[in-house]
Design a protein around this ligand. Structure first.
Ligand SMILES: O=c1ccn([C@@H]2O[C@H](COP(=O)(O)O)[C@@H](O)[C@H]2O)c(=O)[nH]1
Length: 272
């Protein structure tokens, strides 16, 4: 999917919601556990009930890898279901990869060619040659960790190196990389006070913003400082939506939570 197509979807749906598909077999309704593939059955019901309210889905691969080959199969079925039934939806493989160049190329092939995700999250710690292989894929997006939502973000990311905070160096330096137009960045919703500074460096790039919902990030604050002319935000909520109910009404309950966020987003877009 191109960035322009994503922008169009945000306009059509009046939503910039990304729903996280972080499926934990200990948290899904018990009756699903008798299914052959409970993860896929859960995801399919959530997707069918919420697709009109969001523009993106983000399975975190850890929640699939934890279940071995069966989990990876569930991930494959989920991305295929999305691509076949809802091709207008932007998909994020939250895998946080990145390695020496030839290895990164294989990671990129796994998520862009084999699984056909629109984007993958990448850690920038190994630098330019570890990220550029992802950027060579046409109409695919590399979402690089910049300032993460967790407390540990203060261990390294906000430390000053050569007179500038590390996360700012990541943003600035990456702008000069080959095919940097394919870059998006992760910035945590729990770090709302940093968004204004971030927008000075990357005024138009899309930001994937986890941390609304279970982690306590504030949607209004993020939008106040983080919105670009084209919205430029994908606000992710995972547990806050998909585990709204642990009973048979789980998909309906997820839709109600997603609807609340979409309502809020519609007003924000209108008042922009
Ligand atoms: O800085 C980051 C980067 C990634 N994540 C991931 O996003 C979701 C958040 O889930 P919630 O249940 O809405 O808290 C999850 O997959 C994280 O691994 C993040 O939280 N922060």
């Amino acid at each position: 999917m191109t960035t322009q197509e994503l922008i169009e979807q945000i306009k059509i749906k009046k939503s910039f919601l990304c729903i996280g598909l972080d499926v934990d077999l200990n948290k899904i309704p018990k009756h699903l556990l008798k299914e052959d593939d409970p993860i896929f059955v859960f995801n399919k019901a959530i997707i069918d009930a919420t697709h009109h309210l969001c523009v993106a889905y983000k399975p975190n691969t850890a929640f699939y890898e934890a279940y071995g080959i069966k989990g990876w199969k569930s991930l494959e079925k989920t991305i295929n279901y999305l691509n076949e039934n809802y091709p207008e939806i932007f998909t994020v493989a939250d895998a946080k990869r990145g390695d020496i160049g030839n290895t990164s190329t294989m990671y990129a092939k796994a998520f862009f060619d084999d699984l056909a995700f629109d984007s993958v999250t990448v850690a920038p710690y190994m630098g330019k040659d570890s990220v550029e292989p992802f950027l060579t894929f046409k109409n695919k997006h590399t979402i690089m960790l910049a300032l993460t939502s967790n407390q540990g973000a203060f261990d390294f990311q906000t430390k000053t190196v050569d007179g500038k905070e590390l996360y700012k160096q990541v943003l600035e330096t990456s702008k000069s990389w080959n095919n940097s137009e394919n870059l998006m960045y992760v910035v945590g919703a729990t770090k709302a006070e940093y968004f204004a500074d971030i927008r000075k460096i990357i005024p138009n790039s899309f930001l994937l913003v986890p941390g609304v919902g279970a982690q306590g990030g504030n949607l209004q604050e993020v939008c106040k400082y983080g919105m670009s002319d084209n919205v430029g935000l994908l606000i992710n909520s995972s547990r806050g939506i998909i585990y709204a109910s642990s009973n048979a009404d789980y998909a309906q309950a997820a839709a109600e939570k997603a609807q609340e966020l979409q309502n809020e987003m519609e007003i924000i877009i209108k008042n922009k």
